[in-house]
Design a protein around this ligand. Structure first.
Ligand SMILES: [Ca+2]
Ligand SMILES: [Ca+2]
Length: 132
């Protein structure tokens, strides 16, 4: 449902994240213009429970100020909003329950994270040990 672009692995080439509705998400790694789909290998294909969500909106944002783009995804009510922290080695760690938004977002439906900046500030404030 959504597309986000960032250089998630720091190789100097912009990569493409594609959120798919109730299908696994795709992450196309750009290696000098050759794209390889690495959603499963990088651990952003499924949510923390290992299942796909509606992935209504996807975005790269550096949530923990470490210079690496993390992945945030919005979904429909009954699902939680997946959040993946970029570990810097080509992999992401599903962290929505660890930072406390797993249950908070289960009752929400969202199409983008733009208006949830206060939530992200709360994440940084409440769970700096997880996001560092
Ligand atoms: Ca890249
Ligand atoms: Ca980051």
């Amino acid at each position: 449902m959504g597309v986000a672009i960032a250089d998630y692995d720091g190789n100097g080439f912009m990569d493409i994240l594609v959120g798919n509705d109730n299908e696994r998400n795709f992450l196309f790694r750009n290696d000098h213009g050759k794209f390889t789909e690495v959603g499963i290998e990088s651990a952003v294909a499924y949510n923390e429970d290992g299942i796909p969500v509606s992935s209504m909106g996807v975005d790269f944002r550096d949530l923990n100020d470490d210079g690496r783009p993390d992945v945030v995804i919005t979904a429909l009510g009954g699902e939680s909003f997946p959040l993946f922290i970029n570990s810097g080695n080509g992999y992401f760690t599903a962290s929505n329950y660890q930072v406390g938004i797993g249950f908070l977002t289960r009752r929400l439906s969202g199409w983008e994270w733009g208006r949830l900046t206060s939530t992200m500030t709360a994440i940084k404030t409440c769970s700096p040990q997880i996001l560092m």
